[in-house]
Design a protein around this ligand. Structure first.
Ligand code: UDP
Length: 341
């Protein structure tokens, strides 16, 4: 598992080990913390193997897979902030595309042909109709989304050339929430880009108020609508996708979403209910590049993987708040965090 110390990687590692899989995780901690690895060890009773490694270092990756042969790879490692990708596009192409190229070439060398790839709904850009099915046209509108789209195309080409390859790209919508243990959660570096960790930091007193990026969208309350999905549902989706890889060769693309949209105002109300106090907010200008609405049609995941999200926005807010209040500074206080709710 690449990016195993990240938000989705750490939750998926725990989910896979709970289901009996052995996981070898790598991460270079570019946007994650060793504290998350320590928590995964705790939740997995020490069964987790972790190696600090940069995927662009093909020699070390090759050596790792020689020493620790694997059946399949789950590839999360990537940069993921849209705004940042506009500022430093080359870093994004290097980290996201170059690292994927390195990973795939090492997999070819070591004879590993099964992969679950972490893709994104941002590939759809401004979709014409909601909810979005996988056959909607790809219209990425920023460098981040383009790196994900390029990686998918690279994987499709590799599958064409190597007909025994089994690859699933999971395009997920807006991951949110945290592990119910309170041990794992989202711990962004600096000012959070995403709305839910931002709200959580307002709730814990690290930020004064939420800036709502525009309330003049063509939505019922004027604020942007997204399909928020609990990170544990996403982790289960990865496990099912991994276990279903053997059912088909080639490259499959599957959405992970709930099919249910929530506005920024509705999310703020839900989090206020979870933390027991009305959280302050202020409407500011729209954020460049934002779209009014993004909601998944998750029926293909149900059909192909037997997967369906079972947790709602109230669950996401409860679990994110549980993590945030027990870990006000994220993994920085790694020894003190994590208690039952
Ligand atoms: N948003 C907001 N304030 C913030 C961050 C985000 O109002 O501080 C809004 C954003 O305009 C969008 C929604 O929250 O409508 C989700 O944004 P996020 O960055 O979490 O995810 P995205 O869908 O952009 O990947």
């Amino acid at each position: 598992m690449t990016g195993a110390a990240g938000f989705i990687g750490s939750h998926t590692a725990v989910e896979l080990m709970a289901a009996g899989h052995d996981v070898v995780g790598v991460d270079n901690f570019a946007n994650s913390s060793p504290g998350a690895v320590e928590r995964v060890h705790r939740l997995a009773d020490g069964r987790f193997t972790f190696v600090e490694l940069d995927l662009r270092d093909r020699t070390s990756l090759n050596e790792l897979l020689r020493r620790r042969p694997v059946d399949a790879v789950v590839h999360f490692a990537a940069r993921k902030a849209v705004g940042e990708s506009v500022d430093i596009p080359l870093d994004y192409y290097d980290t996201n595309v170059n690292a994927t190229l390195g990973l795939v070439s090492v997999m070819l060398e070591r004879g590993v042909n099964r992969l679950v790839f972490s893709s994104s709904c941002s590939i759809y850009g401004e979709a014409e109709s909601m909810p979005i099915r996988e056959d909607a046209p790809a219209r990425p509108t920023n460098p981040y989304a383009r790196t994900k789209w390029m990686c998918e195309q690279i994987l499709a080409d590799v599958c064409q050339r190597h007909p025994d390859w089994q690859v699933t790209s999971l395009r997920y919508f807006n991951p949110a929430g945290a592990h119910p243990s309170g041990l794992l959660g989202e711990d962004p570096r600096g000012v959070p880009n995403n709305v839910l960790p931002y709200i959580a930091q307002v709730a814990v007193g690290r930020r004064a108020e939420l800036s709502i990026f525009g309330d003049d969208y063509p939505t019922p309350d004027g604020t942007g609508i997204r399909d928020y999905i609990h990170v544990v549902d996403i982790a289960e989706g990865h496990r099912l996708a991994l276990e279903a890889l053997g059912e088909a060769t080639g490259h499959r693309v599957i959405n992970l979403g709930t099919g249910h949209g929530t506005s920024v105002r509705e999310l703020l109300t839900a989090f206020s209910a979870a933390c027991g106090r009305e959280l302050p907010s202020r409407v500011v200008a729209r954020r460049p590049g934002d779209v009014a609405e993004l909601v998944a049609d998750p029926s293909l995941a149900r059909e192909l993987l037997g997967w369906k999200a079972t947790r709602d926005v109230a669950d996401m807010c409860r679990d994110a708040w549980n993590f945030q209040r027990h870990n006000p500074n994220g993994y920085a206080e790694t020894d003190r965090g994590g208690t039952e709710q």
